[in-house]
Design a protein around this ligand. Structure first.
Ligand code: PHE
Length: 482
């Protein structure tokens, strides 16, 4: 609030409420600051690591279409619900639920969110650690056109000390940012990062789509084959939408709690959702045409968390001005990806931290360090599950495919509990707190909420029915979560 320009035309009540909130727990510096920070939370490994892998494994263009439908019809309404609940209550997910329903059991939804955040953070930090390791590798010119990038990844992922080291460095970075507090820590970083990421991504896309061998991957990614749309694809696309938009576990409730009453939540959500989906689709355009470089047939299930790390180095080694072009672009890419992962991981850490600070009265520094330490410990089995420790690398098989611990964590927490959490959030905001109260909150900063009837129908009927159908289907046939 301190840095906000006073705007003479704004409502006096909004200002009074804002200044109370600002002195107690901090607010974003501006609407743009919030959008960048929320986009920072949304844009991360989900877009660049997870989206292309899901698209490659789930029918390419067919997946992209279902994904876009999920973002527009389900993701955006749920995001608006989370933001309005957060701004209204000015609380973390558990506190927010208690504020609207002090006697009910809905606070458990918040608790599920906090636990999900902790679990996602644990393996997210492992993958983010890989990006740090790859900064070192690209700077050292490890990748030439002759290098077998898949084999390099295998050796790297199988090295227990490198896995634990990079996981530790990344978690340490998160702690530093979150201790800095909402505005100073999170907002400042996001401002520089997002635009730069977009530029580097754009240039890499140009290289990738002009590769001589790009056409098979490109047509797989852009030419929809509708017969490929199956329940498995819908489950994957919906889970991906929630994961990528940081929904279903209260990150957007928490970030919403720092938004000024004068900001327009609808346009904010549209910006964040649009930027997030745009970056994901660009990332697909960078990765899929390059699959053939790594000897991978598009359309054949590749599974595996390591896909982009096995594919992208081949793109970098094909950059002009060899080897410098590759070194420069490769390094820039992995640095930016590490930073994008940082702004996302920070939002995961922030959810759990805000809970301990608001609800349990912990000091911010203590809460941040303890949560990070726990997430680090929880991440160790994931870190060792890509070859370093045999049984962690093959904890279960689903439809003949071996899953390691990290993949399993991502299925359970990155897909299942997020989807379940999103369903409960629809029910809480649409029915328990009530659509009228939620809409009234949204009208702060947006007095003519024209989409209100549409939003109300989507949030109360379409979203819960669609999400519940998916969950029921998952119970009947768990293998669709592959
Ligand atoms: N949305 C983030 C990403 O795409 C991950 C994330 C999920 C962050 C859930 C917060 C909450 O990388």
């Amino acid at each position: 609030m301190e840095e906000r320009q006073e705007n003479g035309s704004t409502e006096a009540t909004g200002q009074v409420q804002d200044s109370a909130a600002a002195t107690q727990r901090g607010l974003w510096g501006s609407k743009a600051g919030f959008i960048l920070a929320a986009a920072g939370s949304a844009i991360g490994l989900g877009n660049i690591w997870r989206f292309p892998t899901e698209a490659a494994n789930n029918g390419g263009a067919a997946f992209v279409l279902v994904y876009i439908a999920c973002v527009v019809l389900i993701g955006l309404p749920v995001m608006l619900a989370e933001l309005s609940l957060g701004r209204h209550t000015r609380k973390n997910p558990v506190g927010a639920m208690l504020a609207i329903s002090p006697k009910g059991l809905w606070w458990l939804v918040g608790t599920l969110g906090v636990l999900t955040g902790l679990a996602i953070l644990s393996y997210y930090s492992v993958v983010a650690g890989w990006t740090l390791g790859y900064v070192v590798k690209t700077v050292g010119n490890t990748f030439t056109p002759e290098t077998d990038a898949g084999a390099v990844f295998g050796v790297f992922a199988g090295s227990w000390w490198q896995q634990l080291l990079y996981h530790a460095i990344f978690m340490g970075l998160c702690v530093l940012v979150v201790i800095g507090g909402v505005k100073a820590g999170i907002e400042r970083w996001s401002k520089i990062l997002m635009p730069t990421l977009l530029i580097v991504l754009g240039l890499l896309v140009i290289r990738s789509v002009t590769l001589p061998s790009a056409s098979a991957g490109l047509s797989f990614y852009l030419n929809p084959d509708f017969s490929k749309i199956s329940m498995k694809v819908v489950v994957a696309a919906m889970g991906q939408a929630f994961f990528s938009m940081s929904l279903g576990m209260g990150a957007m409730i928490t970030y919403g709690s720092y938004i000024s009453k004068r900001d327009n939540l609808v346009t904010s959500a549209a910006w964040v959702g649009g930027a997030d989906a745009g970056i994901a689709i660009l990332a697909g355009l960078m990765v899929l045409p390059a699959l053939s470089l790594a000897g991978i047939q598009p359309g054949v299930d590749q599974g595996g968390a390591g896909l982009i790390f096995a594919v992208l180095p081949s793109v970098f080694s094909q950059m002009p001005w060899e080897p410098y072009g590759g070194i420069i672009f490769g390094t820039a890419f992995f640095v930016l990806l590490a930073l994008a992962a940082l702004t996302s991981a920070v939002s995961l850490l922030e959810v759990v931290t805000a809970y301990l600070v608001d609800e349990r009265g912990w000091a911010r520094k203590k809460a941040t360090s303890v949560v990070a330490a726990v997430a680090y410990g929880l991440g160790i089995p994931s870190a060792l599950s890509l070859g370093a420790v045999g049984w962690l690398s093959a904890v279960t098989t689903l439809q003949g495919k071996t899953l390691g611990f990290l993949d399993l964590m991502d299925k359970i927490f990155g897909k299942l509990t997020l989807t379940f959490g999103a369903l409960l959030i629809c029910l809480v905001v649409g029915w328990v707190w009530g659509i009228n109260k939620a809409a009234k909150e949204i009208e702060n900063g947006n007095p003519r909420f024209l989409l209100r009837p549409l939003w109300s129908i989507l949030l109360r009927f379409l979203c819960p029915v669609a999400i519940a159908t998916i969950l029921v289907y998952l119970i009947i046939d768990p293998s669709v979560i592959r």
